[in-house]
Design a protein around this ligand. Structure first.
Ligand SMILES: Nc1ncnc2c1ncn2[C@@H]1O[C@H](COP(=O)(O)OP(=O)(O)OP(=O)(O)O)[C@@H](O)[C@H]1O
Ligand SMILES: [Mg+2]
Length: 220
């Protein structure tokens, strides 16, 4: 489904070149669950951003199916990102003044679904993550765990085949983190959504089918 070949990434900061990824090859298959681990600063978020078509690699090829992701023009790329990939960020990036339903509707509205249909799609995924009774709560009125559930629901709204999650349990207490981990693994199992999760949470990582660690810019 998604493949990375010879991916390098460096950043230039105040004239200094920082080489983060130094030749990463990786294949994600349909229904996979993959944990990306490694010390803080090794490049987990960098790798996820590259996989998610958010940031081009300095060198190397990223393919989704047979399409070369970074050769798409901007319009095709945004459409691709909106429809094929779901993102869950560490700091969920919800709109606090909008309701859970409205937040989860966003990807469908961006895809120009009619409002009513977008609301149905959002309701369905919010029910899936156990928030059927929080639809009209504003995001800012929800607990941290609930907000992270909304973020997961939002990543599912367009029914992507791949979800990329960057530290989805990073800001949660242990019990809530476990619940979120259970939820993500259940979605992987029941809905067949491939998951790539960057995490420091070894309990979560253990339960995924594949594990990889980034050490010195490469995958071990
Ligand atoms: N836009 C940028 N400009 C310059 N340097 C960057 C940029 N983004 C990331 N870096 C550097 O690249 C390295 C990898 O960052 P990254 O965020 O991928 O680490 P990480 O493995 O996700 O860490 P953490 O576990 O703390 O989230 C860091 O040293 C960081 O400072
Ligand atoms: Mg990170």
């Amino acid at each position: 489904m998604l493949s990375l070949e010879g991916v390098y990434k460096s950043f230039t900061h105040h004239g200094n070149q920082i080489e983060v990824l130094k030749g990463v090859d990786l294949i994600v298959k349909q229904g996979d669950s993959l944990a990306v681990m490694g010390a803080s600063g090794v490049g987990k978020s960098t790798l996820l951003n590259i996989m998610g078509s958010l940031d081009p690699p300095t060198e190397g090829v990223v393919k989704f199916g047979d399409k070369n992701v970074y050769q798409m023009n901007e319009a095709v790329l945004s459409r691709f990102r909106n429809r094929e990939i779901g993102f869950v960020f560490q700091f969920h990036h919800l709109l606090p003044e909008f309701s859970a339903l409205e937040n989860a509707m966003m990807p469908a509205l961006i895809a120009r679904y009619p409002r009513k249909r977008a609301a149905e799609m959002a309701r369905e995924v919010l029910e899936k993550v156990g928030l059927g009774r929080r639809l009209t709560h504003r995001a800012g009125e929800l607990s941290g765990g609930e907000q992270q559930r909304v973020a997961i629901a939002r990543s599912l709204t367009m029914r992507p085949k791949l979800i990329l999650a960057d530290e989805p349990t990073g800001n949660l207490d242990w019990v809530t983190g476990q619940e979120i981990a259970d939820l993500m693994l259940r979605l992987n199992r029941e809905e067949g959504v491939a998951m790539v999760i960057a995490t420091h949470n070894s309990r979560l990582a253990e339960r995924m089918s594949r594990h990889m660690e980034i050490v010195d810019g490469r995958i071990q």
